[in-house]
Design a protein around this ligand. Structure first.
Ligand code: ATP
Ligand code: MG
Length: 139
């Protein structure tokens, strides 16, 4: 199967704690290649649009507040089966349920402050890549 692109974000908790380098190393050791990355500070409107699927959830306003609380690091990552493999590598949403050795098991603080986002389907990966990176920025 040919390589695929997916979208990850090192969230403000992990970025602010200085874990970006270690997390990128972890992803590279899993065979992901970095194709684009930038430090971003999401506006409330951007965070609400990015997580619009969760608009009705009780944690939505807190999630938006967290995602706008400081800089984060969106990344385009390439690998065979990138979307599904990245979901495996980041671990469960709640770090208490994340398998040992996953990014969230190592770096997440709570179900909300869980260190990293990953697109959950190829369609969402495409939408989320376009959200952060114009096609011309992907190398
Ligand atoms: P992400 O979309 O960030 O990769 P996910 O797909 O594992 O995470 P989702 O169900 O899409 O989980 O939730 C999006 C984000 O909302 C979570 O990563 C977390 O930051 C926050 N969140 C999810 N569930 C809860 C909850 N019960 N309480 C507080 N925050 C939550
Ligand atoms: Mg999700």
């Amino acid at each position: 199967m040919s390589d695929e692109l997916t979208l990850a974000i090192i969230k403000p908790d992990a970025f602010g704690a200085g874990h970006a380098g270690d997390i990128i190393s972890h992803l590279e050791e899993e065979g992901f290649e970095l194709r684009a990355a930038r430090v971003a500070e999401l506006s409330r409107e951007q965070a609400e649009a990015f997580y619009a699927v969760h608009r009705e959830k009780p944690f939505f306003s807190s999630l938006v507040q967290f995602m706008t609380s400081g800089p984060c690091l969106p990344m385009a990552l390439e690998r065979e089966n990138a979307v599904s493999h990245l979901r495996d590598v980041i671990g469960a949403t709640d770090p208490e349920e994340a398998d040992p050795g996953t990014v969230r098991a190592e770096y997440a603080q709570s179900v909300e402050r869980n260190a990293i986002h990953a697109a959950d389907s190829p369609d969402n990966a495409e939408r989320e890549l376009a959200f952060f990176f114009p096609r011309t920025e992907l190398v």
